[in-house]
Design a protein around this ligand. Structure first.
Ligand code: ADP
Length: 333
């Protein structure tokens, strides 16, 4: 696997502070990775994102040890402009990042400043708006957009410059669940269709577990855990001690495991949980990898009547919509 960013034993403290925001961080970001960074407040997540984008040490100065190389260039030895040719970043506060009042102008601003030849600009704008799924917003005033739409515009404006890595700092912080998922769908599209490496600081564990191939847990400026989502979220007790939740379905798995109803790899999404619970209720649906252990006091074979029992909860054509008409779901069971 080819590495695009290499973080080698980085420690950093802001300004003249003695307390280090990052301590001895080493990390390789591979081409095509979709990495999620999580951790409690003050863990150093934004600082690490700033190191990857070159904002540390160019914008935020302080005491910096170790090295960050981006496509072989040491970020301390090249300019921030050089780094941003490779790494695009979307800041936590996108309102401060946006410079124009209309979506198209926001896209043009970056492209013109980056010196993209004029005959390529129109194609870049229309292709990127299409990839992000916001072609219809091209002429809209940014101030009239929803939080999710603004976030997509910020991402599109950076993607138009064709970075090889996109670093985002809590892009869904101000968004409802449905808009947050749409932002991650956009990132997945950029990752898969355009081959862009994604590094995202994110608090919503369910999104990290579903979309990322690697999760990095920071605590007190150090890497506490890292690995594939399944590996990381298997450490429920350690994560809880740090102050990081597991996805809700993983917590359900953990409760079932405590009761002897499940064993093996924890589930990370609703489909896996559905298979697990179906397997418990009705052994005919048991999946091979996630199921109640044989001999468990609650094993399906000891509760043979469960599948024939009266339902305890019934949904009959239930519909729900948020007041702004955002997300709606329909269920009938
Ligand atoms: P997180 O993103 O995990 O909340 P940060 O990277 O923002 O953590 O912060 C890590 C540490 O660095 C904290 O102690 C924070 O107070 C400090 N810090 C962050 N940004 C600055 C800054 N611009 N100037 C001084 N200290 C900062």
């Amino acid at each position: 696997m080819e590495t695009i960013i290499n973080v080698d034993d980085v420690s950093f403290s802001y300004g003249t502070q003695t307390e280090q925001a990052l301590k001895h961080i080493s990390l390789g970001v591979n081409k095509g990775d979709f990495i999620g960074i999580i951790g409690p407040s003050g863990a150093g997540k934004s600082t690490l994102a700033a190191c990857l984008s070159g904002a540390v040490p160019h914008h935020y100065t302080g005491t910096f040890f170790g090295s960050v190389t981006v496509d072989g260039n040491d970020t301390c030895e090249v300019t921030l402009t050089d780094v941003s040719q490779i790494v695009g970043s979307v800041l936590q506060d996108i309102d401060t990042q946006m410079v124009a009042s209309v979506v198209e102008d926001e896209m043009l601003f970056g492209l013109e400043n980056f010196g993209v030849p004029h005959d390529q600009i129109e194609q870049r704008v229309s292709e990127t708006l299409e990839t992000v799924g916001i072609s219809d917003l091209r002429d809209r005033e940014i101030a009239t957009l929803s939080g999710g739409q603004k976030q997509k515009v910020a991402i599109a404006a950076i993607l138009a410059m064709r970075p090889r890595v996109l670093v985002l700092d809590e892009p869904t912080a101000a968004l409802d669940p449905a808009s947050s998922t749409l932002v991650f769908e956009t990132l997945r599209e950029a990752n898969r269709a355009l081959g862009i490496t994604i590094v995202v600081v994110e608090q919503k564990v369910a999104l990290l577990s579903e979309y990322c191939n690697r999760v990095l847990v920071l605590n007190h400026g150090e890497i506490a855990l890292q690995g594939e989502p399944h590996e990381v979220f298997a450490h429920a007790d350690e994560l809880r001690a740090i102050g990081v939740d597991c996805p809700r379905v993983t917590r359900i798995f953990n409760s079932l495991e405590v009761d002897g109803l499940a064993s093996g790899t924890p589930c990370l999404d609703v489909d896996e949980a559905e298979r697990l619970i179906s397997g418990i209720v009705d052994p005919a649906h048991a999946s091979s990898d996630i199921q109640a252990p044989a001999g468990s006091p609650h094993a399906p074979s000891l509760r043979p009547h469960a599948k024939d029992a009266e339902p305890v909860l019934t949904f009959d054509h239930v519909e729900f919509a948020y007041p702004n008409g955002g997300a709606a779901s329909t269920t009938s069971t």
